[in-house]
Design a protein around this ligand. Sequence first.
Ligand SMILES: [Zn+2]
Length: 338
Amino acid sequence: MRNALGLMLATVVSAAVIAGVWFWTSSPRADAAPQTVAARKAEPLPAATKPKDDVEVTASLTKPAPPPAPAAPVAAKPVCANPDALGVSRTVIIDTTGGPGFGFLQYKQFDFLTEKEVVLTFDDGPWPTTPAVLKALADECTKAVFFPVGKHTTYHPEILRQVYVAGHTVGSHTWSHAHLDSKKMTEAQAKEEIEKGFSAVKMAIGAAPAPFFRFPGLGHTQPTLAYLGTRNISMFSVDVDSNDFKSSGPDQVIQNVMTKLDKQGKGVILMHDLQKHTATALPTLLRRLKAGGYKVVLMKAKVQLETLAEYDAMLVKDLKVPTVASRPIASVVQTAQE
Ligand SMILES: [Zn+2]
């Protein structure tokens, strides 16, 4: 049974590889007529060991259609260069309606992770340490959920764009990392922290953020939880705290995570991409996860968050970025020489 399954899997994988090779080699010439594509597609085959039939199936999908629009824009799934990579074992799509919570320290409704499954999460960025975190994740072909601080995204928008472009999920961690459970925090202020944080992420990445939110210091209150619920924003707590912000060095970050994880068996791991020790620890930590048989689950949102125009505007005003010119262009920019 297992052999049969393995064989089937091998066939599917081989077919996918061959189809991928064909797509790869033929796509730059997408302007060619479909017949030509069909004829040429046979060329790479001699090198392969699989029967042609597998490829014909893929080709026939495009054949009956009128000349296809340039095929190149279809982003080919990047191939992982590391055959022993940690990877992503599965991607889950979260319906955030009503604001479901994840991370058993505070929210115990949805126990969706199976044994040895982990979700990697990073708070407090983007920061100059973030690219090292991204590299470590890319080297292992794995993905994480990031909870950036709004203000930090205005300092390093290009770094957050790298996070987004790399295919990680980007939520928010408030505008200024204010603790929303502070006695001095009014409901209006808390709302502003939440909304402006998301507006800042949107401004940086140029796309709607995931409706995923983590409270600074994990400090939630009933009114803020209720508010997130009305906005269909999911809240994230933690199962395994790396305590990286108070770790003496990278080794301790690794030890904190592995010790807790080995005890609990699975969970949402909390780290900070703003912590140098974490960035340094990550390549080894990811190897340890792989060696320990842990599997990474990527969480994505079914529907992205629509930010509120009022807070988008507030952010623009705060940043003193003029959006509307008060003077005609000609009075500002004049051609001196052509
Ligand atoms: Zn934080």
